[in-house]
Write a protein of this length. Structure first.
Length: 234
């Protein structure tokens, strides 16, 4: 996997930062995205990579990241759509501006990034997309209506994308975790304690597992992960 090129969104902390750390370890050339440049620099730790800060809801930013990646590294092997926003709000209190923000970040932006990167992923002959959804891609939790809608949508478009492109050499996977101990869960589920939580590094290990499987005949379309304190197959 040395010198393969990966674009990762939301690389400035939490799950994105842990995935970046794991991929640096494998020798990937990384393109780190996020709004906060200082946070992305902390992930990069002065290692050789592209730091491209911006808002993924801005189409021109997303397009420019793909263009800059190809200009700098010549190809794209892996796209990880990790950036996301959560909510904790009563259904009737959600404004349509908040609805748009969550849907644009969690669905529209990954959709556009995949769309822009796919010609390059296809060209490598073994491109990979990994989209970070959530258990809410399958279940509805109170106070998370838009978040659940967005993660159902992310799962849905990834399913269609993987069917459309698998014969063309591109695999698209989804990782759907339960509570991971990051800033997001501290804000969206303040009722949860840190005990028994999934770690960001566990998600990074799952990404590595999917990549190791890339050259064998067995494919995991979606990997669901739950906290050890939750019952299995919920
Ligand atoms: N934590 C959980 O329990 C959990 C469970 C299941 C799924 N997930 C999913 O895992 C992914 C990562 O979440 P996390 O837990 O690591 O949360 P996090 O620490 O809050 O990270 C979210 C990341 O998304 C980026 N982001 C948000 N809006 C953006 C925008 N408009 N433009 C560019 N970047 C934006 C943030 O970048 P900046 O900091 O630079 O703004 C941040 O790095 C999300 O998709 C989330 O839905 C999380």
């Amino acid at each position: 996997m040395k010198n393969k090129v990966c674009i990762i969104t939301g690389a400035g902390g939490g799950i994105g930062s842990a995935i970046a750390e794991a991929l640096f370890g494998l020798g990937y050339k990384l393109v780190l995205m996020g709004r906060n440049e200082e946070k992305i620099k902390k992930t990069a730790k002065d290692r050789d990579c592209l730091i491209l800060a911006g808002d993924i809801c801005d189409d021109e930013y997303v397009r420019s990241v793909v263009a800059k990646t190809v200009e700098t590294y010549g190809s794209i092997d892996l796209v990880i759509n990790n950036a996301g926003v959560a909510q904790s709000q009563e259904f009737c209190d959600i404004t349509m501006e908040e609805y748009d923000k969550i849907m644009n970040t969690n669905v529209r932006a990954p959709f556009l990034l995949c769309k822009e990167a796919l010609p390059y992923l296809e060209k490598t002959g073994c491109g990979t997309v990994i989209n970070i959804a959530s258990v809410t891609a399958h279940k509805g939790y109170a106070l998370q209506s838009v978040y659940a809608a967005s993660k159902h949508a992310l799962l849905g478009f990834t399913k269609a994308l993987s069917k459309e492109y698998y014969k063309r050499g591109v695999r698209a996977h989804v990782i759907s975790p339960g509570g991971v101990f990051t800033d997001m869960v501290k804000i969206s589920r303040p009722d949860l304690s840190s005990e028994g939580m999934i770690l960001a590094e566990d998600i990074a290990e799952t990404v590595l597992y999917l990549l190791k499987m890339r050259n064998c005949a067995c494919v995991a379309d979606e990997i669901e992960l739950h906290r050890e304190t939750k019952e299995p197959f919920m």
